[in-house]
Design a binder for this molecule. Structure first.
Ligand SMILES: [Ca+2]
Ligand SMILES: [Ca+2]
Ligand SMILES: [Zn+2]
Length: 518
């Protein structure tokens, strides 16, 4: 009881104290606002104002470390002035101003064009196909860095968040006298976030994405300053629309496209994994080693049974598959396609003949290395290509891995690819003439017996093998390198990295000998 009373008294004291501080502070803020207003009244002409009490409204006023800070917004005959503002710092009865007021405005504030007409102009200019949320208000666009003259404008804001448009937020400043667009800017503010990707082939994964307003988008601000994943909706041209969701979850883990975002989640995961593999292994900054932004296009065309990299758009494209494949967004396929971009930036092996086969092999090598690096529980690493997307492995929705597109440990298993080099191999399709180099790399990394000439190779592991191959394509091969040139390049690479006559050097020689390249 005694304690209770004491508490009550103490609380009352505190409350009284708090009240007196507040009252004191409030009156001082008001006083500071009054000082600032007096200042502007006395100096209106210096700021190009005619009636500062009417032309300046207080946006905020607060006590600061030293004195008070009052923010004023400017209007002209009651119309807000775009970016017209001033900050008054009041201390010890004096005023200093951070001035962004727009002086000596002169413009007719009666609009000729209607607000509705201005909105129509803005929406048309953006080219929005779906519905748009819009607001419109009269403002003064003052003479200065944004404009050569003072204009009365409709400031139209357009927010697009629908199924067919790229989510975006535009500001349009439209002359309220003539209806002309004076200036526009995209003002979507996005923040980096992580979301859950419920992928087809790799289970639930964490993805770096963006958030603008209530919308999450598969735009990764942490890699390539915004690598994006776009949904083509079955079309074959353009960029489609960025994969977006109102929830921080993308996809439903189904291979049947019941949720179109699922393929996007796989593609985004594959790009981030490949990007990180090159960074972690070789300190490579993205596909071109210069951090250039790339993007993925999923749901390309209808029943398209392939995926491809295109240097001209610097982007990847994935079909939904039909005969051989489900959507071709498995991680080794993404690693394969992106590695074509890496190849273009390095040796740039011509996509024909033996160099073309080596180019394809480079993509199979690094697609597989990415798969090993990720070591996903659903897509366990092996030396096969495209197995998770391979239709024959999905029986009644259950995954049973029996086949794939290509097999590095046994290339002839696909019925088309040789395991050993022979003259004339350059006449094969590049996806088959890749076979011997794929087999070479498998033997170099994993070790084993050549399936074509029986030679035994002691493996040196994935990482050393990948470093040698990467060094070879980066610094020793050129666009016309053939199989024998590749052997020479890899031996040079092994010498550079591990020394002449090192175990790694000898392993490279043995691995090439195991495919009849000596
Ligand atoms: Ca696998
Ligand atoms: Ca694989
Ligand atoms: Zn390829």
């Amino acid at each position: 009881m005694v304690i209770h009373n004491a508490k009550q008294v103490f609380s009352a004291l505190l409350a009284g104290l708090a009240f007196s501080i507040c009252a004191y502070a409030q009156s001082s803020v008001d006083e500071a606002v009054g000082i600032a207003r007096n200042y502007f009244r006395a100096n209106a002409a210096n700021y190009g104002l005619t009636d500062s009490d009417r032309e300046l409204t207080v946006r905020s006023a607060r006590a600061a470390t030293k004195g008070y800070v009052i923010r004023f917004d400017q209007n002209y005959r009651g119309v807000p002035v775009f970016e017209g503002e001033a900050i008054a710092h009041v201390a010890n009865g004096g005023v200093t101003v951070t001035n962004a007021l727009r002086p000596n405005l002169a413009v007719d504030t009666r609009p000729v064009v209607t607000s509705q007409a201005a909105v129509v102009t803005a929406v048309r200019a953006i080219g929005a196909r779906g519905s748009a949320d819009t607001t419109s208000a009269l403002e003064i666009l003052p003479k200065g860095s944004r404009s050569a003259l003072d204009f009365l404008v409709w400031h139209v804001k357009v927010m697009l968040e629908n199924d067919v448009d790229q989510p975006t937020k535009w500001d349009y400043l439209i002359d309220a006298h003539t209806g002309l667009v004076l200036w526009s800017f995209n003002s979507l503010e996005t923040a980096g976030v992580t979301v859950t990707g419920k992928t087809m082939y790799s289970g639930d994964v964490t993805l770096n994405a963006s958030r603008g307003g209530f919308l999450y988008t598969l735009v990764d601000p942490t890699r390539g300053s915004g690598n994006a994943t776009d949904d083509m909706h079955g079309r074959t041209s353009g960029k489609g629309t960025v994969v977006s969701s109102t929830k921080a979850v993308f996809g439903d883990n189904s291979i049947n496209n019941t949720d179109p975002d699922t393929a996007g989640a796989d593609a985004a995961f594959g790009v981030s994994a490949t990007w990180d593999y090159y960074l972690n292994m070789f300190a490579r900054n993205g596909i071109d080693n210069n951090g250039r932004k790339t993007y993925s296009r999923v749901h390309y065309s209808r029943g398209y049974d392939n995926a491809f990299w295109d240097d001209s758009c610097f982007c990847m494209t994935y079909g939904d598959g039909q005969i051989y494949f489900y959507p071709l967004v498995a991680i080794d396929i993404t690693g394969h396609e992106l590695s074509h971009g890496v190849m273009s930036a390095e040796a740039n092996l011509t996509y024909a003949g033996e160099p073309g086969g080596l180019n394809e092999s480079n993509s199979d090598i690094f697609g597989t290395m990415v798969e090993f690096a990720v070591n996903n529980a659903f897509d366990t690493p092996e030396w096969w290509i495209g197995e998770r997307s391979w239709r024959a492995n999905w029986v009644n929705g259950q995954y049973v891995q029996t086949a794939a597109l290509r097999y590095m440990e046994n290339p002839p298993k696909d019925g088309k690819s040789p395991a050993c080099w022979s003259s004339g191999i350059g006449g094969l399709d590049v996806h088959y003439s890749s076979g011997p180099n794929n087999h070479m790399f498998y033997l170099l990394a994993h070790g084993g017996t050549s399936v074509c000439n029986g030679q035994l190779v002691t493996g040196i592991g994935n990482d050393k093998s990948a470093r040698i191959w990467y060094e070879a394509i980066s610094n020793w091969m050129n666009s016309n390198t053939d199989y024998h040139g590749a052997r020479t390049a890899c031996l040079s690479a092994a010498t550079t990295l591990y020394g002449a006559g090192s175990a790694e050097y000898n392993a490279v020689a043995a691995a090439y000998a195991a495919i009849n390249v000596n």
